[in-house]
Design a protein around this ligand. Sequence first.
Ligand SMILES: [Zn+2]
Length: 214
Amino acid sequence: MQRPLFTKMIINSQLVVALIICMNFFTDSKIYAENKIIPENILKEVNTALSHYPELGKVYIEFKFKPSLNKSFMKAQPKFSTLLKSKRKRRYVILMSKVFKIDGLELKIKDVPSDVLIGWIGHELGHILDYHERSSLNLIAFGLKYWLSKNYIREAERVADTYAVSHNMKDYILETKRFILNHSSLSEKYKARIKQLYLSPDEIMLLVKEQEKG
Ligand SMILES: [Zn+2]
């Protein structure tokens, strides 16, 4: 009677070890999803973009759909209630519009190709990295300047793209730019705004060359 019980214990302990290994495997595979809230339908794209930003691994980021956002498809911002807390406790949200409406035209997120979406998310993560390196006071000043000055918006967008490119997301970022600039159903007015505020594909290639040199 003793022996089977002993054998059972060994089998049980082996099972526990196997379970622990399995759990480790799962926690490992979720390393980029730590402290993240991600809607199911964009999980793959978000995880791909996040895998380029290991330094954001522990940073709290919520990806949240809104019915629509004013003039943008996605928007990265710090959560206001955590703005004055320490960096470790600071939280961010990336708002995304389910349907991107611009000048009467509609673009649904499900109609955006996967790589374009990854580039878009990569750009937003660039903003978050930029925010995360700022102190609370600096971040508040940043918000005011972004709100007040078009030149400052362009500068902030350039920083986000620069981070994405330096995190090996060049191809995705170019896909996103080309998608916007070549998308026939997006209005010329919107494209002009994009050209004014964001880096062009040529400027991105220039950035890549600069980074390769430096
Ligand atoms: Zn941006």
